[in-house]
Design a protein around this ligand. Structure first.
Ligand code: NAG
Ligand code: NAG
Length: 378
């Protein structure tokens, strides 16, 4: 006859037994863990992880004892479930006891008591705002070891904590720990961390992570490179970007359509039209066609720079795979007029008019029509 949900009963039991056992805490935690099947992480790894956690933790018992006491009193009426744990964690945060909250979070996870993503994110945010990267990293590791997938908010909070951190060694340790936890998954976690870090404008932090990933090449994929290339391009670091493109190919990751669109759009914004031409050529040679947005931007960039031949050549290539939009026609016509090419401008104006009913118009870019139109043309 359980009065409480099984998980809570289990927590009670193990807390009660831990009070009696003289064994060192980390050994005990490992033993407790061995008793139960671990489905989502290898137990050897979990034990290693726990040993490290325990070694770093000197003052966790008090928090857990208090939690046990408080939850025992409030749960005399059977209220010790997830919301109660969450409320308890929130209360600790409000009182500024972040370390205690994180200790209890880890304890709940070890006991396989479910904590929801919102609570994880709340703790990530609080620890990041308190500038305590060590605590923030602990919460994130717990989250990764749970069965819940982090969302963008989680990554942005970790990035926020990383942003204020100057200690390179701490970042590298963090990366290595995350790699250890995620070694049997794909690169999504690392890619999103790099993305979130770069999003804050800290491309150097992204690079620190990236350089560490390079040491273990299985943790890199095309998305990792695309994310880094985007960060470098936006920061205007062209040489470094080109270097990574070269490396990417050397390591056997073929640039995909996202890679090329990313590179070309960054180079275009930086006015490096020479390089735009080179990469567009390379892309087309490989049988990958720029997307409509990239093509449109290229035609207009060449046009505005007065490189009319290049603009026209790009426009013709574009027509082979895409139906030009009214936008690109208007841009091209206006660029031609500015360059004094009135006859050509007139010719394209007619062409635009004669195919007017087929062209993508501003209203076609609205969500409602988008899919239908693009499918029809794809
Ligand atoms: C982070 O919190 C822990 C636990 O309270 C504390 O020992 C550590 O000094 C804090 N670190 C920073 C950078 O404030
Ligand atoms: C294209 O159509 C617009 C509006 O219908 C018209 O004003 C313009 O003269 C036309 N241009 C050509 C070249 O036919």
């Amino acid at each position: 006859m359980w009065r409480f949900p099984p998980a809570v009963a289990l927590l009670r039991r193990s807390l009660a037994s831990s009070a009696l056992l003289p064994a060192p805490r980390c050994l005990m935690a490992a033993l407790l863990l061995e008793e139960r099947p671990i489905t989502h992480v290898s137990s050897a790894m979990t034990v290693r992880y726990l040993q490290r956690c325990c070694a770093a933790d000197g003052d966790g018992d008090e928090a857990i004892e208090a939690f046990n006491r408080d939850c025992s009193t409030t749960s005399g009426n059977g209220a010790s479930d997830d919301p109660a744990c969450t409320a308890y964690l929130e209360k600790l945060c409000r009182s500024g006891n972040l370390a205690g909250a994180v200790r209890i979070l880890r304890h709940l996870r070890d006991e396989q008591i479910h904590v929801d993503l919102h609570t994880y994110n709340m703790l990530l945010q609080q620890t990041a705002e308190a500038n305590n990267f060590t605590l923030c990293a602990k919460v994130f590791r717990c989250l990764l070891l749970s069965k819940i997938a982090p969302d963008l908010t989680s990554y942005m909070n970790v990035a926020k904590a990383l942003q204020k951190l100057d200690n390179c060694e701490l970042i590298l340790n963090f990366v290595r720990e995350i790699l250890e936890i995620t070694h049997d998954r794909d690169s999504t976690v690392m890619n999103r961390l790099i993305f979130a870090t770069a999003k804050y404008g800290h491309v150097d932090k992204s690079l620190t992570i990236f350089e560490e990933l390079k040491k273990e090449q299985s943790s890199l994929d095309v998305v990792t490179f695309n994310t880094i290339l985007n960060g470098l391009g936006k920061a205007g670091r062209v040489d470094q970007m080109l270097h990574e493109v070269k490396l990417m190919e050397e390591l056997g990751h073929s640039p995909d359509i996202v890679t090329y669109n990313t590179i070309i759009n960054c180079l275009r914004r930086l006015g490096r039209l020479d390089l735009c031409k080179r990469f567009t050529g390379e892309m087309l040679e490989k049988g990958i066609t720029p997307d409509l947005r990239t093509y449109t931007a290229l035609v207009d960039s060449f046009g505005r720079a007065g490189l009319i031949t290049d603009a026209l050549e790009m426009f013709e290539k574009m027509k082979q795979s895409h139906q030009p939009s009214v936008y690109v026609y208007r841009a091209l016509i206006s660029d031609l007029k500015k360059a004094g090419q009135f006859e050509l401008a007139e010719k394209f104006s007619e062409e635009m008019n004669s195919s007017a009913s087929d062209l993508l118009r501003p209203e076609d870019f609205k969500q409602k029509n988008k899919g239908r139109r693009f499918r029809k043309n794809g």
